[in-house]
Design a protein around this ligand. Structure first.
Ligand SMILES: Cc1cc2nc3c(=O)[nH]c(=O)nc-3n(C[C@H](O)[C@H](O)[C@H](O)COP(=O)(O)OP(=O)(O)OC[C@H]3O[C@@H](n4cnc5c(N)ncnc54)[C@H](O)[C@@H]3O)c2cc1C
Ligand code: FES
Length: 508
């Protein structure tokens, strides 16, 4: 299975499309809007703003499109994955209606932009089918049907079974006019359109600070300053924010298998397991790739990625016996929210010129597109009907009983401070493996590379001090508390931690 030089898994999209070329910001500059983050949220926002005549700069720490957007499965859906009836319960009927409407509009917008900008991104309308999981069903499909109709999705209907040849799903709900596309082809097209409109995109340009008093500005790791009237944090987790308690992080797993062309109905399929499986196909020249995801867990709280892939593969073969060969395996990070809706809008009342788009959970393609529409409206001083629904300062509406497992999940790992290490000495660590070693009152994250060299860093998470754990699939150090992730050399990959794992003092 494809692996990058760093050992990380490679997604179908990364393997089939080049990420956008490198173009690092070379000097300090000034603009109307500085967008930090070049994923679907950042580029969609840049697209609308440049269309409206704003001068826009997008900067990305890595390659444009190289964040979680390159690891998605790119279902485009208004069948909210926390279920419409729960959104109704947590937010009320009107906000549930607006949420459903916003996801539908996001699909329409992706279709319209792809057509208007002539982006050849394999966009197609498909039906989505929600069916009960045979093993562990968590959702009530009757309630979902009723709630979908109450919020105006009157075309949602019962069907005898989802159209999977050879596997009887039992009764299923059909959501018409969903969508799918090749996400990196879409992002490439968006980037070209932004540049045509005068926007500027910079890769390998890391923001290390932003401030918004009097004159907003962003500082980069290369010591440049971007002065702007507005700043948009489109970094998946908003950098330099304290939102970690509202954004529980999960790892989710995906496999891609070769199947004969057109042997599977072009549709989106989801089951009701917790975590749920999500299924679609992607066309290749003379075959299709069947893409199946699921097996999520709280980041840093399991290290059995290979077993998760194996379970997905077995589940897939039982339902799709035409799956011939396993071609891809990858994982990615998803940020949930406690109440099923993303946070999109002003960073805070005290920071009126700073905006954020985060908490997209499994619906970041549409949430990112909604984010682009909503944040550009706020910057342009336009009314937006969804502003209140996605208001970042809203309080959790979930009941405390429902939220408790999540709170326990993010605080229990502090116990790692008082337990022993994984091994007693670095000699026990084999090439390609990592382990925590206890050393006096502290802990060391030690990784031995394939050449036998040992890389050692403090194991104390740079965020709030939990002890990191080794992720042997991606070869990273993952924090079990709030999902920060680090490379084996200690560099920060996923926030909330903003700096890397500390170097060790000499005597350690
Ligand atoms: C396996 C998987 C399957 C998924 N399936 C679906 C699906 O089917 N449908 C769906 O709607 N959603 C899905 N999602 C969710 C969706 O992919 C994401 O929510 C979405 O791509 C996030 O987009 P984004 O633009 O917010 O973040 P990203 O794409 O992560 O973009 C953020 C960018 O910010 C950059 N950045 C971070 N820090 C800095 C900094 N300090 N300075 C400069 N740049 C910085 C990063 O390099 C990154 O490129 C899935 C996610 C995963 C992982
Ligand atoms: S991510 Fe918060 S302590 Fe590590």
């Amino acid at each position: 299975m494809a692996k990058s030089d760093e050992g990380k898994t490679v997604s179908y999209w990364e393997a089939s499309e080049d990420l956008l070329a490198e173009n690092t910001l070379g000097e300090s500059t000034e603009t109307d809007v500085c967008i930090i983050g070049g994923g679907i949220a950042g580029l969609t926002t840049a697209y609308y703003l440049t269309k409206a005549g704003k001068r826009v700069i997008v900067i990305d720490d890595g390659l444009i499109g190289g964040g979680e957007t390159s690891r998605t499965t790119a279902h485009l859906s208004n069948a909210i994955d926390d279920r419409i009836y729960r959104i109704e319960k947590w937010h009320g009927a009107e906000k549930a209606r607006l949420a459903g409407e916003s996801h539908g509009r996001a699909i329409d917008e992706i279709e319209r932009i792809a057509s208007e900008e002539q982006i050849d991104c394999d966009f197609r309308r498909v039906d989505g089918y929600l069916f009960e999981a045979a093993d562990r069903s968590e959702d009530d499909l009757n309630e979902e049907f009723e709630a979908a109709h109450r919020i105006g999705l009157s075309a949602v209907e019962w069907v005898e079974r989802a159209p999977i040849t050879g596997y009887d799903t039992g009764e299923a709900l059909r959501f018409p006019r969903q969508g799918q596309f090749h996400v990196l082809k879409y992002l490439s097209g968006l980037a070209r359109a932004i540049e045509r409109n005068g926007g500027r995109l910079f890769s390998n340009t890391r923001a290390i600070e932003w401030k918004s008093e009097e004159a907003p500005e962003v500082k980069t790791a290369n010591n440049q300053t971007i002065r702007a009237q507005s700043i948009v944090l489109a970094t998946n987790y908003p950098i330099m924010s304290k939102m970690f308690a509202k954004l529980p992080p999960y790892r989710t797993y995906v496999i891609g298998a070769r199947v004969p062309k057109d042997s599977i109905e072009k549709a989106l399929f989801w089951d009701t397991a917790d975590p749920y499986r999500y299924v679609r196909t992607q066309p290749e020249n003379d075959y299709d790739v069947l893409i199946v995801g699921g097996e999520d867990h709280h980041t840093g709280q399991a290290d059995d990625g290979e077993q998760r892939f194996a379970r997905l593969w077995q589940w897939t073969r039982e339902r799709f016996p035409m799956a011939e060969e396993l071609l891809y395996e990858w994982s990615g990070q998803v940020l949930e929210t406690h109440d099923g809706l993303a946070f999109i809008g002003r960073f805070s009342s005290g920071e009126p010129n700073v905006y954020l788009i985060t908490g997209d959970s499994g619906m970041g393609m549409t949430h990112g597109t909604i984010g682009g529409m909503l944040v550009s409206d706020l910057i342009l001083g336009r009314e937006n009907p969804w502003a209140e629904v996605y208001e970042p300062s809203r309080l959790a509406t979930q009941s405390i009983t429902e939220a408790v497992p999540e709170i326990i999940s993010s605080t229990v790992p502090y116990v790692d401070w008082i337990t022993g290490g994984d091994v007693s000495s670095a000699d026990e660590i084999k090439p390609g493996e990592g382990a925590i070693i206890s050393h006096g009152t502290t802990k060391i994250a030690a990784y031995r590379d394939e050449d036998g060299n040992l890389h050692r860093r403090s194991a104390v998470c740079a965020h709030l001090g939990c002890i990191v754990r080794f992720n042997s699939l991606e070869k990273t150090w993952d924090c079990p508390c709030h999902g920060s992730r680090y490379g084996v050399d200690g560099h920060a990959i996923n926030t909330p931690a903003f700096t890397g794992l500390a170097e060790l003092k000499e005597e350690s």
